[in-house]
Design a protein around this ligand. Structure first.
Ligand SMILES: Cc1cc2nc3c(=O)[nH]c(=O)nc-3n(C[C@H](O)[C@H](O)[C@H](O)COP(=O)(O)OP(=O)(O)OC[C@H]3O[C@@H](n4cnc5c(N)ncnc54)[C@H](O)[C@@H]3O)c2cc1C
Length: 514
């Protein structure tokens, strides 16, 4: 169905990579009458029901977009890794009314200790009403997001891997592994780091391959607690990533870094695990009865493009990096939040011409920054004397409030400022969950629409009222007269004049309705 093009070349990661130029859309068939094509059954097909795919599906449904999610696995994943939801992702959950549900299943922790595991007290007065970190098992957050998407009307089909696709001038024909064909107007690859969609698209994925691996699992341990504690602190003097600690009910969570990379085709066994423990610690701690075992590498790669024609990439399909700092899931969910309303606008027919491409323009630099801070953190975790000296220096520097705050705002993603052009510092940033006369600002954003917060009580959203809500509130805790918020909560305009507002409503929300 999908054939590589003559301009293809092999990229550094051994994949077929294409050199795109304007108008060169892989798999785009020359326009035909369309009579031989299946009907467009869906507006968007999403490959992959991980956190990114589930979040994107829900965001699209807020705008009545017909969404199908195709998930390769028949059952949700069994390994229970605890992930950190950072401030910005927690804010997104609040903005869609999901936070209470999620808080029930997570553990709040202070915002500290996640930049290369350097522990410093959280800076005072972080600019958020949700200034904490939430530890939550990844399968639980995925389940909650999927449940939310289904409640909104998303169809999820499990055991249906996307095997191929072809795009044309009207849509995308998606082929499943069993040969079934489905058609939609857009396809989004949220299918993880080994993304089939990205590979079929031929988008380059440059970066560094894995140099080391980490084994991780939960199992029982046959050594007395005091002996374990002594051994673990001895190993951590030279290997900061090693850990072995109770995770409840007599089970231990074990993390063992390994030099070199193994054959991922071979499933990880308890014997592999024991061997690595003996090599690292001189003992296998008598581990037995594993609940689950997994391994991950430290490859760092970023897709060259996030969109080719009617096919887009989000989450790990677009970027991978080691889990240091716990940012990957957060980054993917935030990609989905950025893309959802824009793709919906494109489908509903009101998107200004450049809106969909602003997804890549805004999110690619954010991923670049996350990859860079992860590279830096990996260096700081090295046991070599040079990186250790830099680590000691940074540890000292983090005593300066501004340094500590800068790093925390970076990792928690509340420091992001999209480039919307010249303007006050707030322009392009997200607005925190301020108090307004109805209660909390984020409670007014559940429907995924724009919002004008008008302290002058003079302006109007006029012909955009089908896409943008209006709140006159002279009491709002802001030091600017009016702000226009996009559906993702970023500040699109600040001012007090109707003409300026109308220009920016057009820029972000298209033409007014008649
Ligand atoms: C040990 C570890 C700890 C981590 N801790 C954190 C943390 O604390 N915080 C954090 O933010 N991130 C963390 N991460 C990273 C995080 O797990 C990933 O970034 C996140 O899962 C990416 O989500 P995703 O939806 O983009 O991709 P995935 O979670 O990989 O989901 C992709 C989905 O697509 C499906 N799929 C694959 N191929 C196809 C196909 N052809 N057709 C249909 N479906 C397909 C897969 O089955 C899967 O369900 C950690 C990662 C590791 C390894």
């Amino acid at each position: 169905m999908h054939s590589p093009q003559s301009t293809s070349e092999l990229s550094s990661n051994g994949m077929v990579e294409r050199d795109f130029t304007a108008g060169d859309v892989p798999g785009l068939r020359s326009p035909t009458s369309g009579t031989d094509r299946a009907p467009l059954m869906f507006d968007v097909i999403i490959a992959g029901c991980g956190p990114t795919g589930a979040m994107l599906a829900a965001e699209l449904r807020l705008h009545d977009v017909r969404v199908l999610v195709l998930e390769k696995e028949t059952e949700p994943v069994s390994f229970v890794r605890i992930v950190s939801l950072h401030i910005r992702s927690i804010e997104l959950m609040a903005m869609r009314g999901l936070l209470d549900r999620i808080l029930e299943h997570g553990r709040r922790r202070p915002v500290t200790g996640f930049f290369a595991a350097i522990t410093k007290p959280a800076p005072e007065g972080l600019d958020s009403a949700h200034a904490y970190l939430l530890g939550i098992p990844q399968p639980v957050i995925v389940h909650l997001l999927e449940e939310h998407a289904i409640e909104l009307g998303v169809q999820v089909r499990r055991g249906c891997p996307v095997a191929d696709f072809e795009q044309d001038d009207e849509g995308v024909t998606v082929e499943l592994a069993d040969g079934e064909q489905l058609r939609s107007r857009y396809l989004v690859g949220c299918d993880g780091g080994r993304s089939t969609v990205r590979k079929l698209l031929g988008v380059g994925f440059p970066g560094e391959p894995s140099r080391t691996e980490t084994l991780m699992g939960e199992m029982e341990v046959g050594m007395p607690q005091e002996e374990i504690a002594a051994k673990v602190s001895e190993i951590q003097e030279t290997s900061k990533q090693f850990s072995l600690r109770p995770s409840g009910e007599g089970v231990y969570r074990v993390v063992v870094p390994v030099a070199g990379v193994s054959d991922h085709a071979e499933p990880l066994t308890l014997e592999d695990f024991k061997q690595q423990l003996r090599a690292t610690a001189g003992t296998d701690f008598g581990v037995h009865s594993p609940r689950w075992l997994s391994r991950f590498g430290d490859a760092t790669r970023l897709a060259k493009r996030y969109r080719v024609g009617r096919v887009l990439l989000a989450g790990d399909a677009a970027h991978i990096h080691p889990p240091t700092g716990g940012q990957g899931l957060n980054l993917g969910v935030q990609d989905a939040f950025n893309l959802g309303w824009k793709l919906a606008a494109q489908i509903r027919g009101w998107a200004p011409e450049t809106l969909l491409d602003s997804y890549q323009a805004e999110r690619h630099p954010v991923a670049e920054d996350v990859l860079d801070n992860t590279r830096a953190q990996m260096e700081l975790l090295s046991a070599e004397p040079g990186p250790q000296a830099v680590r000691r220096l940074l540890t000292e520097l983090m005593d300066f409030d501004e340094v500590n705050r800068h790093l925390i705002e970076k990792i928690t993603a509340i420091g992001i400022r999209y480039n919307f052009g010249e303007g006050p510092d707030l322009l392009g940033r997200r607005l925190r969950d301020i108090e307004v006369k109805q209660g909390h600002l984020y409670d007014l954003l559940h429907r995924g629409r724009g919002l004008l917060l008008d302290r002058t009580e003079r302006l109007t959203v006029g012909g955009w009222s089908d896409r943008v809500d209006y709140l006159a509130d002279p009491t709002a805790v802001l030091d600017v007269p009016c702000v226009l918020l996009r559906p993702d909560g970023h500040v699109a305009w600040i001012g007090d004049d109707q003409q300026g507002l109308d220009d920016h409503l057009s820029r972000w929300f298209g033409k007014p309705a008649n």
